[in-house]
Design a protein around this ligand. Structure first.
Ligand SMILES: NC(=O)c1ccc[n+]([C@@H]2O[C@H](COP(=O)([O-])OP(=O)(O)OC[C@H]3O[C@@H](n4cnc5c(N)ncnc54)[C@H](OP(=O)(O)O)[C@@H]3O)[C@@H](O)[C@H]2O)c1
Length: 292
């Protein structure tokens, strides 16, 4: 009998990689999706779609009912702990499904960002729920660099607020691989996994990898935390999002993210992907799209 897996955040960075891999692995996949247009895309992949928001308790309950495993992903937002609480309660009512939760790097009560504090609340709630669980706390996503494509192409520059801080940034493909592996085989229960890339690197090194790929000088321009906040607010993420990115930038600049783990290899058997692999295999596609 195939495994029934429910996923939230199926249309996001991690979810859109996880869904096809779960189907490929023989799972029956159900997704809670709020956007009917995106739901159509998933239905065409033979995913059972339950349309609804995290606040729609009926839809949430329907989505988790009968699941053997659930992958819980919510975007960073001030209501995330409440949203997760609704999902955890629905999972408890649905029986005893195995829950894999995407949390945040070094989530803690005294984390330097509100996002880290909210994730700590949700991690604690899940750990105390009695449900079998694995918590995944990934490092900074390499895919975040995607948002620098326009300035790289137009100005040969990328603007970030991490100073000379080093980050063990991770390719989202590795996070998805970790999630799929544990959802399908149920391993690593009761653990907190911290997927990182293979190296802790500065944004100057990221720019070097991009320069090499494009065969053109690309430079990293460090900006202030206030500039980070301002541009994030301008991008429409709101004051909460702006402050979150301000606080992450400061923490990373101060060396908070300067570490790597071998958790990707421990779970998947494969070494985590390097920044060069990310640039050559993922960012390359973004450059093609922009010039097409
Ligand atoms: N970015 C990083 O560097 C980083 C690092 C470590 C941890 N994280 C954590 O990773 C998580 C985000 O993962 P991600 O980047 O894969 O997700 P994402 O790309 O931010 O996508 C969020 C997903 O949640 C769905 N969603 C948003 N609001 C919803 C609502 N009200 N009801 C139902 N669904 C809703 C979105 O649907 P739509 O498609 O309709 O928008 C989308 O599928 C966050 O918890 C973040 O803290 C991020």
């Amino acid at each position: 009998m195939s495994k029934k897996v429910t996923i939230t955040g199926a249309t996001g960075n991690i979810g859109q990689l996880v869904v096809p891999a779960l189907l490929e692995g023989g799972a029956e996949v159900t997704a809670l999706v709020r956007d009917p247009q995106k739901a159509e895309g998933l239905q065409s992949q033979e995913v059972t779609v339950i349309e609804g928001e995290f606040t729609d308790t009926e839809a949430v309950q329907m989505a988790v009912e009968g699941a053997d495993a659930i992958l819980m992903i919510a975007p960073p937002n001030p209501d995330s702990a409440k949203q997760m609480s609704g999902l955890i309660n629905a999972a408890k009512k649905a029986g005893n499904p195995y829950v894999v939760r995407i949390s945040a790097l070094k989530a803690a009560a005294d984390a330097p960002t509100d996002n880290g504090k909210l994730h700590h609340e949700s991690d604690t709630e899940l750990m105390e729920s009695g449900l079998p669980y694995t918590i995944v706390r990934p490092h900074f996503f390499m895919q975040n660099i995607w948002m620098s494509i326009p300035t790289i192409q137009e100005q040969g520059q990328m603007y970030w607020g991490m100073g000379n801080g080093k980050l063990g940034m991770v390719d989202v493909r590795d996070i998805a691989d970790v999630a799929v592996e544990i959802l399908l085989d149920g391993s690593h229960q009761g653990e907190i996994l911290n997927p990182t890339g293979p190296e802790s690197i500065t944004f100057t090194q990221v720019a070097e990898a991009i320069s090499k790929f494009l065969d053109k000088e690309i430079s990293y321009v460090p900006v202030t935390y206030e500039q980070v906040k301002h541009s994030i607010i301008e991008m429409g993420w709101g004051d909460w999002g702006g402050q979150m990115m301000h606080d992450y930038a400061k923490a990373y600049a101060e060396g908070w993210g300067d570490f790597t783990t071998d958790d990707v290899e421990k779970v998947t058997g494969n070494k985590s992907r390097s920044i060069e692999q990310f640039v050559n295999e993922v960012l390359a596609y973004g450059f093609q799209q922009q010039t097409a």
